[in-house]
Write a protein that binds this ligand. Structure first.
Ligand SMILES: Cc1cc2nc3c(=O)[nH]c(=O)nc-3n(C[C@H](O)[C@H](O)[C@H](O)COP(=O)(O)O)c2cc1C
Length: 112
């Protein structure tokens, strides 16, 4: 699975998703993803490329094994064209997510 993800990244493959979100009702988007190979998973790229980001306020957060956003923020700057990206994104350790509810809520409230 992790090598399938690496191949998608190296070859720029955009996996087809079953559904894509319609962001039109929203001004603010909490955008969360896992760090895969130091950046966004390609299925997330597929999704973000289909969205209209104009006028959106984006609050990014990531789960990782320790690498935080990696190059993910630079990738988001290109993919979320037209959005304002918060500089107060946050990183959470994947293996601590189950016990990080309070930290996540605190960040989410403060980030808005
Ligand atoms: C394909 C793949 C690549 C990963 N690459 C990284 C990485 O480069 N840096 C890092 O800190 N964690 C990496 N991880 C760990 C994930 O970020 C971590 O497992 C995830 O955030 C936890 O969410 P999950 O429960 O959905 O896996 C990788 C995990 C996978 C499956």
């Amino acid at each position: 699975m992790i090598y399938e993800a690496k191949e998608e990244l190296e070859q720029g493959i955009r996996p087809e998703l079953k559904a894509y979100p319609d962001l039109s009702p929203y001004d603010t988007v909490f955008l969360g993803f896992p760090n895969w190979w130091n950046t966004l998973p390609m299925p997330v790229v597929s999704c973000l490329e289909r969205c209209d980001w104009h006028g959106k306020w984006v609050l990014p957060f990531v789960t990782s094994g320790g690498g935080g956003f990696g190059d993910g923020i630079q990738a988001l700057q290109k993919l979320c064209n037209g959005a304002v990206l918060s500089e107060n994104g946050s990183a959470f350790l994947g293996h601590q997510v189950e016990t990080s509810r309070e930290a996540i809520m605190t960040w989410a409230k403060a980030a808005l």
